[in-house]
Design a protein. Structure first.
Length: 364
């Protein structure tokens, strides 16, 4: 967890996409990097805005915001909420690959689940048919037994059924909330949220405790559901509805789209699914063999994400890293020069100086 990245989310005008661009351009961003004048042109090329650059390169401003960030961390800890930032080792690999990953994740429960790349999202309408609810639970249970973490949005209807399907076979499930984790929405699913935590599941949100929730917060939540996952399974949805946002994000993020074959052809809850099938935009699950086929396709998505991450790591601004290293080497040389001059004044020979350095700074 990095206080710097939490602080940067509080900078006026510095939204998620700009912050994500900053991270992807300079994944080793630090306080020293941002406030080093030799890096200002590189930062300017990344962030563009003069006003934002003045703030993020100002040492006093950043220190003040990092102090505030520490207060945020402590306030959340008191509520049992962990904060994971985009530079953290626990930050989900799948989610990091999307165009606008959340910079900060607020987490309650088993944060080890964030390491699970083998995840799928099961989503759908808040008003499913009985058959739709049973289908969501069955799909969730089967994939959970296959070792997948089930991701959904803790909404009424299909989302709740997806979480329940994973829980009933003691599988892993992650609920992505639109608002802060201090208040479960909808209230009817408070008990389910508690069951998820008690059964080593996880609740996450990009909204801090006390943060405002807007209508668009639910759309932004949908990109996280898809982003965490290798594939998205819409069980029931009309042609227009919240689930369509998750479907759209799945396409943008190059996730696998798959769904159960609708048995009720004449209900509005299946119109969106039938449209996807007619347009040949989804894989269909009809039998046990189809689960095996879906798993192979999910593995292909995982391999593709791995290749993209590897390519990005290898091509991530090598010149900037060299500039940073040169600056650190120059600073180290000055420090060593001072140490050598002082040792001469104190009649300490080179062997004694080496021994002092080893004892003070390099002892294990």
């Amino acid at each position: 967890m990095s206080l710097l990245w939490i602080a940067l989310t509080k900078v006026k005008g510095l939204g998620t996409r700009k912050l994500a661009n900053l991270y992807k351009s300079f994944p080793n961003t630090s306080f020293e990097f941002l406030t080093d004048p030799s890096n200002f042109n590189h930062i300017k090329n990344c962030l563009k805005s003069e006003e934002i650059i003045e703030l993020v390169t100002n040492r006093n401003y950043l220190k003040k915001e990092m102090t505030r960030a520490e207060e945020i961390v402590n306030n959340h800890k008191r509520l049992g909420i962990e904060i994971i930032t985009i530079d953290d080792k626990l930050y989900p690999i799948n989610l990091k690959s999307i165009q606008d990953p959340p910079i900060v994740l607020y987490c309650k429960g088993n944060i080890e689940l964030l390491k699970q790349q083998k995840s799928i999202a099961i989503v759908g309408t808040r008003t499913p048919t009985d058959m739709g609810t049973r289908s969501a639970k069955r799909l969730s249970s089967v994939f959970a037994e296959m070792g997948y973490t089930i991701v959904s949005g803790l909404a009424l209807g299909i989302d709740a059924a997806a979480h329940i399907g994973a829980l009933r076979i003691r599988g892993n499930t992650i609920a992505v909330l639109a608002g802060g984790l201090d208040k479960v929405y909808p209230k009817e699913n408070e008990t389910l949220a508690n069951e998820i935590i008690l059964n080593r599941g996880l609740l996450i949100s990009e909204t801090p405790v006390g943060g405002r929730t807007f209508k668009n917060s639910f759309v932004l939540r949908d990109r996280i559901q898809s982003g965490l996952s290798l594939g998205v399974c819409p069980v029931q949805t009309d042609i227009v509805g919240g689930t369509q946002h998750t479907i759209k994000f799945a396409k943008q993020q190059k996730r696998l789209l798959f769904c159960p074959e609708p048995q009720e052809k004449d209900v509005k809850q299946n119109r969106g699914i039938i449209q996807l099938i007619d347009n040949k935009e989804v894989e269909i699950v009809q039998s046990y063999d189809d689960y095996q086929k879906i798993e192979v396709l999910l593995q292909e998505v995982q391999e593709s994400l791995f290749r993209e991450e590897k390519d990005h790591s290898e091509n991530s601004h090598p010149k900037i890293k060299k500039v940073r290293n040169q600056g650190l080497e120059a600073e180290l040389k000055l420090t060593l020069d001072k140490a050598c001059k002082l040792s001469t004044q104190l009649n300490i020979d080179i062997e004694q100086l080496k021994l002092l350095l080893e004892e003070q700074y390099f002892s294990i």
